[in-house]
Design a protein around this ligand. Structure first.
Ligand code: AMP
Length: 416
């Protein structure tokens, strides 16, 4: 049997309905915060991710779908979208527009990860980015957007975790201190962390495999922040308080990508299991500069759609289906049936026209199998009297309705 590629999945039925409801809410919230949509290509030159996400990260080392195109270009299916937006910002000289620029995006991403609950090789990300200003108010604003999503969808059991990983200056001091303390324990580290010890020791903090006792004994990065970074972080927290957003400082939160500076945060849900981050983000003040642009501070987050839908499903989010009207007809009344189906669709109803035709009994059975709320019957008599017969499929009541009153009849009975 043909199947979808490992780690990729079809989205359909109820799940797709939740997906679409969520997508509408996400787009509406971003628009209401005056963020503008941007669509970037699903492929980029591999170098973009090597230089932004970082050569020593799991994503670039193990997870990218990279290939040569027919002209020998080194291409990658995007593992995330922030890097593309930074590339786009530089390429189109967005710095000439009034700053900060605010974007949101939605689209598929690809990572060759080990598939498990909440982790796929093909998944959808939504995210927001505020580019061109280092104000802590923007850090708080993007967290506010994340929090508003959870509130609007009435998600329970979610919380905001936040940390600061400082700037080039203070992070370097902290990394050295970390290595000094970890060195005697080097042999106890997992294989990944042995490598990280040299390439990116900060990542050892959020490794799930490391011994908790050892992790607890490590110094906290917020105690090593320089004065500017400390002040910035305090201001972010102050804004969050003023916005009534509850948060928890998590000093093991460092996030996996190289480009983050200062604020890092996640919105986590206890309903998600091991992969508990619904969204994650932070400030990335050096990214645009490192990709060849001017020094440009920025902050944003990315949210995983599959995880959002998973939470909605597990919390019993109910989908309100549009009522279905089934049109049954005698062959001689076919043209009238087409006309009425079209009129009902134009009034905004969901209409299914019977395909097989035949007698009304069989058509009614098919209507019932489709869970239609109403069946509209059109026979010769109805054609001659400019009426239809409407059967309420729940209480079986039948009513003759004049064509001129069709719209009003169904609108009065919306979702009965
Ligand atoms: P990241 O870009 O790794 O910071 O991830 C941001 C968000 O994207 C996460 O919080 C998840 O919700 C989602 N995400 C990341 N990787 C995957 C994946 N492999 N499958 C599903 N969702 C993912």
């Amino acid at each position: 049997m043909m199947t979808s590629v490992k780690g990729f999945k079809d989205i359909y039925g109820e799940e797709l309905k939740l997906f679409k409801i969520a997508k509408n809410v996400l787009e509406e919230i971003a628009e209401n915060f005056a963020y503008e949509e941007i669509i970037t290509p699903v492929v980029e030159y591999s170098e973009l991710f090597e230089r932004s996400v970082g050569i020593d990260t799991d994503i670039v080392e193990k997870e990218m779908y990279t290939f040569m195109d027919k002209s020998g270009r080194n291409i990658t299916l995007r593992p995330e979208i922030t890097a593309s937006i930074a590339r786009s910002y530089i390429e189109h000289h967005f710095e000439t527009k009034p700053l900060p620029l605010k974007f949101y995006y939605f689209g598929p991403c690809f990572r060759y990860e080990k598939p498990q609950k909440g982790r796929y090789r093909g998944f959808y990300q939504y995210g927001v980015e505020a580019i061109g200003d280092d104000s802590p108010l923007l850090d708080a604003e993007v967290i506010y957007i994340g929090y508003s999503i959870a509130k609007k969808l009435e998600l329970k059991n979610v919380s905001v975790k936040i940390n600061s990983i400082g700037c080039r200056k203070c992070r370097t001091t902290y990394k050295e201190k970390l290595k000094e303390i970890l060195e005697p324990h080097y042999d106890d580290l997992c294989e990944d962390c042995k490598r990280r010890f040299y390439t990116n020791p900060l990542r050892i903090l959020d490794c799930k495999k490391e011994v908790p006792d050892l992790k607890r004994s490590l110094p906290k990065i917020i105690d090593y922040l320089c004065e500017d970074c400390r002040k910035h972080f305090d201001n972010v927290l102050d804004y969050l308080q003023k916005m009534s957003i509850p948060y928890e400082i998590d000093d093991t939160l460092v996030r996996g990508l190289d480009y983050y500076t200062r604020t890092v945060f996640e919105v986590v849900s206890s309903d998600l299991g091991a992969q508990n981050a619904l969204l994650g983000g932070g400030r990335y003040d050096y990214l645009i500069e490192e990709l060849g642009g001017r020094p440009t501070p920025a902050v944003g987050f990315a949210l995983g759609m599959e995880r959002l839908v998973e939470i909605m499903k597990s919390q019993g989010f109910s989908v309100r289906n549009k009522q279905l009207i089934y049109v049954a007809y005698q062959q001689s009344a076919f043209e009238r049936a087409i006309f009425i189906a079209e009129a009902l669709r134009n009034y905004g109803f969901k209409v299914l026209l019977d395909v097989k035709n035949g007698n009304f009994k069989n058509q009614t059975e098919r209507s019932s199998k489709r869970n239609a709320e109403f069946t509209v019957f059109i026979g010769e008599e109805e054609v001659n009297t400019n009426t239809v017969t409407v059967k309420n499929m729940k209480n079986k009541a039948q009513t003759k309705v004049e064509l001129a009153n069709l719209d009003g009849f169904f609108k009065e009975r919306k979702n009965v």
